[in-house]
Design a protein around this ligand. Structure first.
Ligand SMILES: NC(=O)c1ccc[n+]([C@@H]2O[C@H](COP(=O)([O-])OP(=O)(O)OC[C@H]3O[C@@H](n4cnc5c(N)ncnc54)[C@H](OP(=O)(O)O)[C@@H]3O)[C@@H](O)[C@H]2O)c1
Length: 332
């Protein structure tokens, strides 16, 4: 099969388009012919490597997969269109789970064939195209989980960082559909326009405006009910500062660094909460599919690259030039 293989950690140059032997499904697993695999920031973390996290080389990235089943099992038929829930039980102490194509035993979806646990297979909802189905398993599921953890109700005000990102664009669409008021952050005019098109009520351009004072101005100095923070070190101080009393900050990412600063006095005197979110459950993914159909939401897709051009897809994400999800077309 054709695949993008990494044999060491490094920049986009380590993504090597190769012909390699087909995988063999282990007990409890099934082979999926991958149609699309979305690119996620996790792919960049795994490609670059993280101190203390190991992968077994040669490795294959990619956790956001739609495709067809190579063989039937249970209620699933051979050739059935499916989407793959990305988490599996890693048996690592104090870790909720591993992610397919991440730091764990399962190779990912930058390949024509992939072996995944049967339990992770979900029938592709007819409402979504194959490329749309591959866009939802990670950014949309995590955003959905974050919104649930924020405990926001209709009419509440939420701050969402990085409008153009996978997580940010998903969170804006889902938060608006849940009836929340959304303040989001962009960093140039085109990103501001994109955020407005997604339906954000207020867009702050962080290249020309101070985020903290603008959020406080918009909320009459009260602050927001919740913050969706996927950026990490650089944004944590503002995220905590703009929370209203008993506000909730939900954190899922470290794009700008993993050593954040917390003003502890601000944190406790407002009785704030910081909650972590790691992906979401399979049942949340199924509920999300239903919610998106009910609310007629389609994922925001920026671009689709051929598998062999995975380097270009990674470069685009690393430059933050995307407006929504970047995908790889793996097979026809
Ligand atoms: N916990 C989980 O289960 C989970 C799941 C999915 C993703 N994540 C994490 O969430 C993060 C986002 O993932 P993604 O795939 O959505 O990434 P992405 O599409 O690459 O987005 C990166 C975003 O970060 C913003 N950003 C970067 N530096 C910033 C700064 N200094 N201030 C404000 N915004 C900044 C960028 O905004 P500009 O373009 O305006 O610079 C861009 O919108 C990653 O760290 C990823 O690992 C975690």
């Amino acid at each position: 099969m054709k695949a993008i293989v990494i044999r060491k950690h490094g920049g986009p140059e380590v993504l090597s388009y190769e012909h390699i032997p087909d995988p063999v499904a282990e007990k409890g697993d099934v082979l999926v012919k991958v149609k699309y695999c979305a690119v996620n920031h996790l792919d960049i973390w795994v490609r670059n490597g993280i101190v203390g996290k190991k992968v077994q080389f040669p490795h294959i990235l990619g956790c956001d997969i739609s495709g067809t089943l190579l063989e039937g099992f249970g209620n699933f038929k051979k050739g059935e269109k499916v989407t793959v829930y990305p988490a599996f039980d890693s048996k690592v102490p104090r870790t909720s789970f591993g992610i397919i194509g991440g730091f764990g035993k399962y190779k990912g979806g930058y390949a024509e064939l992939i072996s995944v646990p049967k339990n992770n297979i979900i029938k592709k909802p007819d409402y979504f195209t194959d490329s749309e189905a591959a866009s939802i398993n990670v950014s949309y599921l995590t955003s959905w989980n974050m919104l649930e953890r924020s405990r926001c109700k209709k009419g509440d005000m939420i701050l969402i960082w990085g409008a153009n990102s996978g997580i940010g664009s998903a969170a804006i669409l889902l938060a608006k559909a849940k009836g929340l008021k959304v303040i989001t952050i962009a960093s140039d005019k085109n990103k501001v326009k994109f955020a407005e098109k997604l339906g954000a009520d207020y867009v702050i351009d962080r290249s020309t405006q101070d985020v903290t004072s603008e959020v406080l101005k918009i909320t009459n100095q009260v602050g927001v009910d919740a913050v969706i923070d996927h950026v990490g070190a650089k944004t944590w101080p503002s995220s905590l500062e703009v929370l209203k009393i008993r506000g909730i900050m939900v954190s899922c990412g470290t794009t700008s660094g993993s050593e954040g600063t917390v003003n502890i006095r601000t944190f406790y005197s407002k009785e704030s909460q910081i909650i972590g979110a790691y992906l979401g459950s399979k049942s949340q993914l199924i509920s999300l599919h239903k919610f998106m159909k009910l609310k007629k939401i389609k994922p925001a897709i920026d671009s689709i690259f051929d598998l062999k051009d995975a380097k270009l897809a990674h470069q685009k994400m690393e430059k933050s030039n995307q407006f929504g999800k970047i995908l790889l077309r793996v097979s026809n």
